[in-house]
Design a protein around this ligand. Structure first.
Ligand code: AMP
Ligand code: MG
Length: 356
């Protein structure tokens, strides 16, 4: 399959959650001894940032570098945009023979399969044949015919992915392909955050393309503030726009957003989501924006995609079955946005941002 240059996927542009760590300029810094080390860079075809608060700036900088290296290492293993990644090798060979992979790749696939089970297939990393059908349809500006969708569906199904105890991956039939785009950013955020849990580091935040993990507080006594975009804003076409409509205060937390409003395909003038319902083969229509808070960013990322597929009622029911997870879905239209939340969402400080 022809690979596109990774830069084409630079989607700072399309990220569904715009992170603005409001600097809260008017707030006093209660502990001036905490130095802030920050790094912004490109990773996984999008924008990443690491922020660390530490008494020792050198130690803070070393931790930031270690976290950035961890992100690069995992990207090398898991990207399907690189022919030399472990995942690309799995996709080429696993239908013929079990492919040995690193414990990280096994662990991520294991987790992805567990979310497929928990979501009854709404989350499924074997979606690539369907993703390709819809990308081709957008290129040709013509809806795919139902037969080709049925054919692609027959080449999907997480049950066909087998993990062996000796650390190999195989596919039960040919045609199966994996893409971990819906969970890898969250997984890599968690791994990078682990690198930052070092003595002396009071607080840290890692963000990749809108998926965020953090521990501690932004400043002593002041939580991290995350911005959530209005999915209906006309500014969404302005790829530099970063004005959030809502803000959410978090500490020691993980959050991810999936949405249709910046990443979409256009066919015959109509927008289609990049998230596919693996049960039908068609792009989802239910939720322009889904934000999930969870126990870790891997979980937030996977669940945000799954809830996008399931829609309001089934999505909230799914989230209620995860004790540490909460969800906000935004549906409706520009003039009438409708907010739907799980029962514990109100425990977080969530408010509309007044235009300045
Ligand atoms: P996210 O932005 O985390 O919701 O991930 C969406 C990306 O994951 C898409 O661009 C596809 O590559 C892939 N994907 C689409 N639909 C699904 C699905 N139902 N389950 C898992 N991955 C999906
Ligand atoms: Mg996701």
């Amino acid at each position: 399959m022809k690979k596109r240059h990774p830069l084409i996927y630079i989607l700072p542009l399309f990220i569904t959650l715009i992170v603005i760590l409001f600097t809260l300029k008017n707030q006093p810094v209660k502990d001036a001894r905490l130095a802030l080390s920050t790094l912004r860079f490109a990773a996984l075809g999008t924008c990443a940032q690491i922020q660390v608060r530490c008494q020792n700036p050198t130690a803070g900088q070393q931790a930031v570098t270690a976290a950035r290296d961890k992100i690069a290492e995992l990207e090398t293993l898991l990207s399907t945009y690189r022919d030399d990644s472990e995942l690309s090798r799995v996709n080429r060979e696993a239908a013929a023979t079990p492919v040995p992979v690193s414990p990280v790749t096994i662990h991520l696939i294991e987790q992805a399969l567990a979310y497929s089970e928990r979501t009854r297939g709404a989350f499924d990393i074997t979606v690539p044949p369907l993703v390709e059908i819809w990308k081709t349809a957008a290129r040709n500006d013509r809806l795919p015919d139902p037969c080709s969708i049925a054919a692609a569906l027959s080449r999907t199904g997480f049950q066909a992915v087998k993990l062996q105890p000796e650390g190999t991956v195989s596919f039960a039939r040919s045609g199966i392909q994996l893409n971990v785009n819906a969970i890898a950013k969250g997984y890599i955020v968690d791994a990078a955050l682990e690198e930052l849990r070092r003595p002396g580091i009071q607080a840290a935040l890692v963000e990749i393309g809108g998926e965020i993990g953090c521990f501690g507080e932004n400043k002593p006594g002041i939580p991290w503030t995350i911005g959530i975009q209005d999915p209906f804003s006309p500014d969404n076409n302005d790829q530099t726009s970063q004005q959030p409509l809502w803000s959410l205060e978090l500490k020691d937390c993980a959050i991810a957003t999936s949405g249709n409003y910046r990443r979409y395909l256009t066919i015959d003038g109509k927008k289609y989501s990049h998230i596919i319902d693996p049960r039908t083969g068609y792009p989802v229509k239910n939720a322009p924006s889904v934000t999930v808070i969870a126990a870790n960013t891997t979980e937030a990322d996977a669940l945000a995609t799954a809830v996008s597929v399931l829609g309001v009622a089934a999505g909230i029911a799914l989230i209620e079955s995860f004790p540490q997870a909460e969800v906000l879905l935004v549906t409706g239209s520009a003039n009438h946005p409708e907010l739907h939340t799980s029962s514990g969402w109100h425990n977080y400080r969530f408010q509309e941002v007044k235009p300045q």
